[in-house]
Design a protein around this ligand. Sequence first.
Ligand code: FE2
Length: 366
Amino acid sequence: MTSDLMPILGYDAIEFYVGNARQAAHYYRTAYGFDVVAYAGPEHGTRDRCSYVLEQNGIRFVMTAGLTADSPIVQHHARHGDGVKDVAFTVPDAEEAFRIAVERGAEPHREPYVVEDEHGKIVMAAIKAYGETIHTFVDRSNYSGVYAPGYKPTKHQRPADPMGLQFVDHVVCNVDLGEMDQWAAYYANIMGFTQLHHFNDEQIATEYTALMSKVLWDGNGRIKLPINEPADGKKKSQIEEYLDFYGSAGVQHMALATDDIVATVRRMREAGVRFLTTPKTYYDDLRSRLDWSTIDADLEELAELGILADQDDEGYLLQIFTKAVQDRPTVFYEIIERHGSRGFGVGNFQALFEAIERDQALRGNL
Ligand code: FE2
């Protein structure tokens, strides 16, 4: 199997380029429950940027901002707003992963390089992906320090109040019209991924907009990457709105898994996270649409918090979507609790789409 040749152990980190890393870190700490564990910046010899490393259970985010107008990070931010620059993968051998990827047609972003300090060394290399996004291959098996050389542990008043977020379930990208197949082929050919699902515009459409989506995965569930492209509708689709404001293809949302979505969403709401609202009619319909004898959840509680549910032959899932987390209508999050289902809540796409469109209409972009 080709995927054996490109062993990916998981997500190493998701690095964002933002306008103000200090404030972004604070937001993810207070609203999403991440601990700020490390920092790199001018105080520690990194002259051109500030980076904050955030962790919660198996999730690691890095918030990075440039410091001067000529910084490529600042220019990236001017084009895209706050967004994901790097979806980095942990691999057993970064040099080998890079060599194989490039041999199979990936465009190099950065040749293999080594960073080291008294705690050991990290080998990295990066390839280009959709838009200006990159994938860095990271081998940190010989490193015992906090995150990477140049970073210092953050001294903290107290740990963040955790929200129960456990790991990254999937990372979704939006690509330009007509490019979904090419990016699906990229992950199939270069990473050895296979297609888990395919949704067409007949399955996911409202009166106004439609999208098509393919889900590529690594075969063992560690990495799942849905790829969306807009489809023709009467008005501008939410994918097109994203592309207009992000300025290119890029990461649309990340799904973060929890074992207790009711507790997680309750705490996140209290901390100020804003979620998409779901119409009451959705829950009336849900009562008859799903087989509740196999679902360990209280419909009233789901309705109170706006949590969606879906079911397939493997089990069920509970999910909810946040509003965009920055001024531009681009990146948002999904919180998900899975019970057997490996799906993406296709039964909810319609409800989600309609909710996003209500927000889009409020912004005058529909
Ligand atoms: Fe999702």
